[in-house]
Design a protein around this ligand. Structure first.
Ligand SMILES: [Zn+2]
Length: 252
């Protein structure tokens, strides 16, 4: 029996949906229907199912699961609590209603994104060592691990109800991932989630794109933030942005 990713205990584990059931319902995607799972490359239209393009793995989030990862006490306990707290804060943004986010609301979205970032990495079959440490931290503190950065975007146009993409920056020497980036969209709301310490050129690129990004984690100041950001972006634009940041230079 594989251990729970959050606690390392060998309890019965279940498959964890990266796209939670309440959000599927909200997006009218239905709850069941394994066969309706689509996976396609939305960065290069018409290209077949990509295995490792750059960015790695972009998929319709409809049926992405982290298999045998989460034990029942976690799933029905603190994870469920985070989902319940997130729903009323996230749904207006998914539905494209301009919203003022309190610091508490920002923290809830950041915590949800931290949790989802970890399960998305597992669903994408990432090497687990780094993510396992992150998962254990998130379980013990119920907040994202150190060096987790979460930004919100405003998706326009919305071409696919929900998308998921994972990309990472690796070291030149041994190709070990050092920064993970998960892109997740639901309706008009996008998340860009960085996991790992960004270097100065990467932070500079991030700052240069601040018109498209609203930071929600970590909490910097106890101030409200207004969504949407000044600039909207589409899913391809989000992946370009992530690539620019990871490479620490503007893409052309
Ligand atoms: Zn567990």
């Amino acid at each position: 029996m594989p251990p729970c990713i959050w606690t390392c205990e060998r309890k019965a584990t279940s498959d964890e949906d990266v796209l939670p059931i309440w959000l599927r319902r909200h997006l009218n995607l239905g709850v069941k229907g394994k066969r309706r799972f689509q996976r396609r490359n939305i960065l290069v239209p018409g290209a077949p199912d990509p295995t490792h393009p750059v960015p790695e793995r972009v998929m319709n989030a409809y049926y992405v699961k982290a298999r045998k990862t989460v034990c029942v006490p976690c799933n029905t306990g603190w994870m469920s609590d985070i989902q319940k707290a997130t729903k009323p804060i996230m749904t207006p943004l998914v539905d494209n209603h301009p919203t003022t986010l309190t610091p508490t609301g920002q923290a809830i979205l950041g915590t949800w994104a931290g949790m989802t970032g970890v399960t998305a990495e597992y669903a994408c079959g990432t090497d687990v060592e780094e993510q396992r440490r992150r998962a254990i931290y998130q379980n013990s503190r119920h907040e994202p691990g150190p060096n987790t950065l979460v930004y919100l975007t405003h998706i326009d146009p919305v071409e696919i109800p929900s998308t998921l993409g994972c990309t990472r920056m690796r070291t030149k020497q041994n190709h070990r991932p050092v920064v993970y980036c998960v892109i997740f969209t639901a309706g008009s709301l996008g998340f860009v989630i960085f996991q790992g310490a960004l270097r100065e050129p990467q932070r500079t690129r991030l700052h240069a794109r601040s018109a498209s990004l609203i930071p929600v984690w970590p909490i910097g100041t106890l101030e409200n933030r207004v969504w949407p950001p000044r600039q909207s972006i589409d899913v391809r634009g989000m992946h370009r942005l992530a690539q620019e940041v990871l490479e620490g230079r503007a893409s052309h």
